[in-house]
Ligand binder design. Sequence first.
Ligand code: ZN
Ligand code: ZN
Length: 147
Amino acid sequence: MKTLRTGGCLCGAIRYESSGEPVFALQCHCRDCQRQTGSAYVAAVRVPATEFHITKGKPKHYIAKADSGNEITRVFCPDCGSPLYAQVSTRPDLVSIRVVSLDDPSWFRAEADIFVKSAQPWDHMNPTIPKYPTYPPGRSYRPETGE
Ligand SMILES: [Zn+2]
Ligand SMILES: [Zn+2]
């Protein structure tokens, strides 16, 4: 049975739902994620875009080239500024939900820390999960990996 996960921004103007199975749970330590969220890293879960829908409001998009060289669209609430999800140009089939925007983020378990090359020295990372300087092999958004 599919799990329906709902979420939204701080002020409630934007709501979304996702029924797809997560394909990758990660913590990203890149500088762009740090700046955008005001935190040491972003907890994110990649889900199928076809099973992800905005159910209320019209979020704003900020598009920029990321550390990886890929174009990343960061989607957020225009009223309260809460980050909601991101999408990479090379993988339009996936949506990377900012886990803490979910109504219930408690089930999340990161499979890896990524972009640890820019992790903050004061950040305490879970020593039991793999760490990758950038994208983990085979988990990249780059089309040549086939993922
Ligand atoms: Zn909002
Ligand atoms: Zn990042």
